[in-house]
Every structure is written in structure tokens, then in C-alpha cells.
Design a protein around this ligand. Structure first.
Ligand SMILES: Nc1ncnc2c1ncn2[C@@H]1O[C@H](COP(=O)(O)OP(=O)(O)OP(=O)(O)O)[C@@H](O)[C@H]1O
Ligand SMILES: [Mg+2]
Length: 258
């Protein structure tokens, strides 16, 4: 009797192999591999200019890879645009282009994916369901305990922490497979950081694969299951972020002798 065929034990939610990207003479990515499982938080570490944001932008369709492949659940995908990445269940909080300042939280949540009726009409002719979007956004923010003083106000008028929490909540609300956060606590105070870290941990329990770029080693130690270190466009090491590995991680980031 043959044993029943099992599915592969660890198909990665997201797998990047051989990612290569040049900007003119600058080789920003030089054959990078990165893998993330469901229910796992992977920290992507590296000094300024190591290529972290470039890698993320290539995964999420902001930039195109010159070479390399991206797979989701073992199948090759090509997120040719941010909208295509979102359709694949990948949500991103970018380091620089996080939110539309002139729009309120609901409009930010649903930008490019508005709730519209009736469905039989071409999209451009449908009515936008603003009340429903506002209600759904309010529900998500309440569920995630993100406090926003005025849901009708443009996010540009809100504090850095509130804005960041809204961007993370949006990613949490829509992600089905992968959430990528590029320095989500960089501009935040202690309390606000705490909140974003809790949101990340909640995503992990929901079975999402989470990739976090961060320079905050304490945060990495607390939330990451695995740390992948990049230097000059290459992956130079991977380890479990534990206090006893701290020095090793730092020397991988800055690059020792040789
Ligand atoms: N649009 C671009 N045009 C030209 N060069 C770029 C562009 N984006 C990034 N680079 C270059 O690619 C390299 C990697 O940059 P990247 O932003 O990915 O670094 P990073 O690891 O995110 O750094 P940081 O920690 O400072 O955010 C750098 O040398 C940078 O100058
Ligand atoms: Mg960056």
C-alpha cells in the first residue's frame, strides 16, 4: 500500500529567487533570495542603501526585476503593478508613499478598489458607496483599536503615529497572503510603535506571511521569527533574532572584515 501523497511540507507563501535590479551603474539587487511562510514574521535587515526597499518594490509591482522570479504558494506570479500585487493578496506599507494626504481614512482604504454599484455597469459608470466604505473602514479601525480623532478628516492632518497605524490597518484589512511593511515604526514614539507591533503580531496569528523592514533591533528581536540580512544588494545571512545573536546580526549588517 502506498502512502497517500502529501502536499509539500513547507510551500512558501512568498518566494523570491535571484532577484536582480540595476539603476544605471548601481546594482541595487544582485541575486537576492527571500522566503516567507504563513504565520511567520520575517525581518529584512540591512544598512542604508542595502536594497531592502528596492526588493519590496520589485515584489509589489512598483518596480520591475531585471532578473529573478517571484512565487506564491509555489506558483510563479508576476505582479506587474501595485494593483496586480494587491489582487494577489499582497498588501504593502511603503517607507515613502504610504497614504494620500488629502484623503480621509476611508478614501485611503479604498483608493483603487472602491465599493461600487451596480455591478453590471462598467466601473467608470457605477455609483461609489461612500457610506459603506466609511462604515467598513470604521469597523476595521475599531477592531484593530486604531484611534482616529475624526474619520472625516484628511489623513494629512493626523499625527505620524495615526497615519502609520492607518496604513498598517489598511494592509491588515485587505491582505490575504502577504503583508510587507517598510520601516513601519521609524517615525513613531514608544506607544505608537507598540500599537503597530501588536498589529503585526495579530497578522501573524491570522496566518499571514509578514515581511518587515526595520532598523529597530529591539522591535526585530520582539516580533521576528527569522531575520534575513542584506548588504550591497545581496543576502549575506539569515538567523533567528535572539538577544545572544544580536552582535552577530549587527556585524552581518555592517559587514566585518572580508
Ligand atoms: N529609483 C532609483 N533610482 C536610482 N537608484 C536607486 C533608486 N532606488 C534606489 N536606488 C539605489 O539603490 C540602492 C538601494 O536602495 P534602497 O532604497 O533599496 O535601500 P534600502 O536598503 O531600502 O535603504 P534604507 O535603509 O536607507 O531605506 C541605493 O544605492 C539607492 O541609491
Ligand atoms: Mg528603504
Amino acid at each position: 500500500m502506498t502512502a497517500p501523497i502529501r502536499t509539500a511540507p513547507s510551500v512558501f507563501a512568498l518566494s523570491v529567487r535571484g532577484a536582480t535590479k540595476r539603476f544605471g551603474a548601481v546594482v541595487a539587487l544582485d541575486g537576492v533570495d527571500l522566503h516567507a511562510r504563513r504565520g511567520e514574521v520575517v525581518a529584512l535587515l540591512g544598512d542604508n542603501g542595502a536594497g531592502k526597499s528596492t526588493l519590496i518594490k520589485c515584489i509589489t509591482g512598483v518596480l520591475r526585476l531585471d532578473a529573478g522570479t517571484v512565487e506564491m504558494d509555489g506558483r510563479p506570479v508576476d505582479a506587474g503593478s501595485p494593483a496586480a500585487a494587491r489582487a494577489l493578496g499582497i498588501e504593502t506599507v511603503y517607507q515613502d508613499l504610504a497614504l494620500f494626504d488629502n484623503l480621509d481614512p476611508a478614501a485611503n482604504f479604498y483608493a483603487g478598489r472602491e465599493m461600487t454599484v451596480p455591478r453590471w455597469l462598467p466601473r467608470g459608470l457605477r455609483l461609489v458607496r461612500r457610506r459603506a466604505m466609511a462604515q467598513a473602514t470604521e469597523n476595521v479601525l475599531r477592531r484593530l483599536a486604531v484611534g482616529v480623532p475624526d474619520l472625516g478628516a484628511a489623513v494629512g492632518l493626523m499625527s505620524g503615529g495615526q497615519r502609520q497605524a492607518i496604513a498598517v490597518a489598511r494592509a491588515a484589512a485587505f491582505a490575504t497572503n502577504v503583508v510587507i511593511l517598510d520601516e513601519p515604526t521609524a517615525a513613531l514614539g514608544v506607544r505608537e510603535s507598540r500599537h503597530v507591533l501588536d498589529l503585526i503580531l495579530r497578522l501573524r496569528t491570522e496566518g499571514v506571511a509578514v515581511i518587515v523592514v526595520s532598523h529597530a533591533m529591539d522591535h526585530v528581536m520582539e516580533i521576528a521569527d527569522r531575520a534575513v540580512v542584506m548588504r550591497r544588494g545581496r543576502t549575506v545571512g539569515e538567523l533567528v533574532p535572539r538577544p545572544e545573536n544580536r552582535e552577530q546580526i549587527v556585524s552581518l549588517i555592517v559587514g566585518g572584515a572580508g
